[in-house]
Design a protein around this ligand. Structure first.
Ligand SMILES: Cc1cc2nc3c(=O)[nH]c(=O)nc-3n(C[C@H](O)[C@H](O)[C@H](O)COP(=O)(O)OP(=O)(O)OC[C@H]3O[C@@H](n4cnc5c(N)ncnc54)[C@H](O)[C@@H]3O)c2cc1C
Length: 396
């Protein structure tokens, strides 16, 4: 669509992940909706919590990565398959990768996050990441190579023992079937620092059962083509250790990924837009931010921000769509209140652990319940039904 055809009074949403897609769909579904334009360069939405199941072959690409064309059909959202390159907050214009200038009445920034490398040498060049369909393909190729080669002492290292690192290492160990050692390196004192106690215990057992070695209090200080340099907490750089490995997967941190802002607005130390409790970006009343790209305080600016999860992004989308309506009618905005629904971890093929809503459950039943819960979170009824059909077919 040429720029002149885009209604200048539109709400523009940048990024079609959990946060942006749900914001756009809810805004367009409201009575008397304002025109909504979604800027998203990818062809497919990606249901990131099920990326491990795509890696293991437990789920298929079409189930976890439906096309935007299908998800947005009939929704009223105008989708531009483009990247936002700059936001001009004084002219209220978004510039895109094709050179288009999109005027906005209100702007929602939902551009998500990227791996935080902390400037550690070699991470960008040598470590794999795990956030995209391409990452899954690359990792599948590594697993296949290690399984075919069957050399002694092959090693795959996962950096970070947060939820991503733990879930990924369990799936990898199951896929490798002993063809390589899997090690997890964590700079903190324990795995899953922000998790529920039951899930942490289940995760510990899952690692033990698979002979996955967890090295805590250990930092990665450099990554080379076939090794890592490690340093124990309290030791100096001269007492570093080299660990040889066949591949490194980096899950060691997350930073916000925000388009250039002109004039600039303050970002937090993790590169995220700083919001007030109503999800308005501090310094620009017509700019909202949410999901992994936003730092939003729990209740006031002194408190820590919400966890970077799909659950938070999903709930923030509802808050933003109602606050945009309040703003349009001159009504007071509502603070975002996160309703913690609990935590679900995939712990290897066909296994999971769940803590939430008064329930703790582990093993195969938890795996099926987790899959069911995510099915209900798929965007759009049509995709929910398609995935449910695929799931039922595996039972017949
Ligand atoms: C492997 C993995 C597993 C996870 N598992 C869980 C889980 O089990 N439970 C849970 O709650 N959370 C989980 N998370 C975290 C969760 O997926 C994120 O918190 C959530 O996706 C954040 O949503 P978002 O919309 O902010 O960002 P994203 O989902 O990352 O979406 C951002 C979108 O913005 C687009 N974009 C980026 N830059 C631009 C630009 N300049 N212009 C236009 N578009 C742009 C991107 O293409 C992308 O589609 C997981 C994350 C990963 C990586």
């Amino acid at each position: 669509m040429p720029p002149a055809e885009v209604e200048p009074a539109a709400v523009v949403v940048i990024g079609g992940g959990f946060a942006g897609l749900n914001s756009a769909l809810q805004l367009a579904a409201a009575p008397n909706p304002t025109p909504v334009v979604l800027l998203e360069p990818q062809e497919r939405f990606l249901f990131l919590p099920l990326l491990y199941e795509l890696l293991s072959g437990e789920m298929r690409r079409w189930e976890i990565a439906p096309r935007y064309q299908q998800l947005l059909a009939g929704s009223g959202v105008v989708w531009l398959q483009e990247r936002a390159t700059r936001i001009n907050t004084s002219r209220k214009i978004v510039e895109t990768s094709s050179g288009r200038e999109l005027p906005y009445k209100a702007l929602v920034v939902a551009t998500g996050g990227r791996a935080e490398t902390y400037g550690i040498p070699g991470v960008l060049e040598h470590a794999l990441s795990f956030r995209s369909l391409e990452d899954v393909e690359r990792l599948q190729a590594v697993v296949q190579r290690l399984r075919e080669r069957q050399r002694p002492l092959q090693r795959l290292v996962v950096v970070g023992a947060g939820a991503s690192g733990v879930e990924l290492s369990c799936k990898l160990a199951d896929l490798l079937q002993g063809a390589a050692i899997v090690e997890v390196i964590e700079q903190g004192a324990d795995l899953l620092p922000g998790s529920k106690a039951f899930n942490r215990d289940q995760a510990r057992q899952a690692l033990l059962k698979r002979d996955i070695r967890l090295r805590t209090n250990t930092s990665v200080i450099a990554v080379q083509a076939e090794s890592l340099t490690l340093q124990r907490a309290g030791a100096d750089a001269q007492h570093s250790e080299a660990l040889s490995c066949d591949a490194v997967i980096w899950t060691g941190g997350l930073a916000g990924r925000v388009p250039d802002l002109n004039p600039p607005l303050p970002l937090d130390p993790r590169g995220r837009l700083i919001c007030n409790s109503c999800l308005q970006v501090i310094g620009a009343d017509d700019l909202y931010a949410l999901g992994d790209a936003a730092a939003c305080p729990f209740r006031d600016a002194d408190q820590a921000s919400h966890p970077a999860t799909a659950q938070v992004a999903y709930q923030q989308a509802s808050c933003i769509s109602s606050n945009l309506k309040h703003q349009a009618h001159g009504e007071p905005l509502q603070a975002f209140n996160w309703n913690d629904l609990g935590e679900m971890l995939g712990l290897g093929i066909g296994q999971a652990s769940i803590t939430g809503m008064g329930l703790t459950l582990a093993g195969a039943p938890a795996f099926q319940l987790r899959r069911l819960a995510y099915m209900a979170r798929m965007p759009g009824l049509q995709q929910q039904l398609r995935v449910a059909g695929g799931w039922l077919a595996t039972w017949l």
